[in-house]
Write a protein that binds this ligand. Sequence first.
Ligand code: 4FN
Length: 250
Amino acid sequence: MLSVDVVTIFPRMLEAPLADGIVQRARDKGLLELRVHDLRDFSSDKHRSVDDAPFGGGPGMVMKAEPFVRAVDHALPGGRGAGDAVVLLSPRGRPFDQATARRYAALTRLVLLCGRYEGIDERVAETVASEEVSLGDFVLTGGEVAALAVIEATTRLLPGALGDEGSAEADSFADGLLDYPHYTRPAQVDGRGVPEVLLSGDHGRIRRWRRKESLRTTRARRPELLDRAPLTAEDRALLREIETEEKVLA
Ligand code: 4FN
């Protein structure tokens, strides 16, 4: 059982998406316990303020540290143990990836802290968070959308979370390659057909074609993924075929 606590000033941004799909099913099955906390509940003044002007001046507001400290104390009564992580969603964090999702899926408790405004008092990253992760290199108005992505990627890896759709390990991304192209009926769309091998009924040829197209797309679009993917001897042979085909076409 994984327990996830999210701290945000916009709890409704998370509640509806997390009450649907695989995440809600994991909650129903008792695989995931999820709580969304309103940061304002941990403020200390009658105005429930969670932000203040930046020391040193400048535009905008900075999120105060203490409400985050109190929210994490509330989420982890008795302190942080070996199976716990307190993660600040931040563009300064390490890129979130599938390996990080696997690590989070093996935790007991995961606490996600979402920033807003110009940023968060640095002492949250220094003393409250155990790590910082980023969804990618773009500007967001807050960490909430990143938290949703982290929760979804992590939840689907919890044992039993995926039902009939098959196991997370059977997924194409589990071996670090991009997907092969998918097709379904009808056989013609706007005059474009379906690769004949997929209609051949030859499952050996189909498997090989799909593997080759996965390798081809990964090589063309995300070649850095090939460096870390566990490639078999057959994969290397298929990659050589792809390189030869490219030279012929050039
Ligand atoms: N974003 C950049 C550089 C400087 C600032 C930002 C930015 C929300 C509180 C952080 C953004 C992206 C991925 C959280 C971006 C993420 C955030 C994330 C995020 C309000 C301060 C802020 C990367 C473009 C160079 C706003 C780039 N993953 N500041 O977006 O929280 O988790």
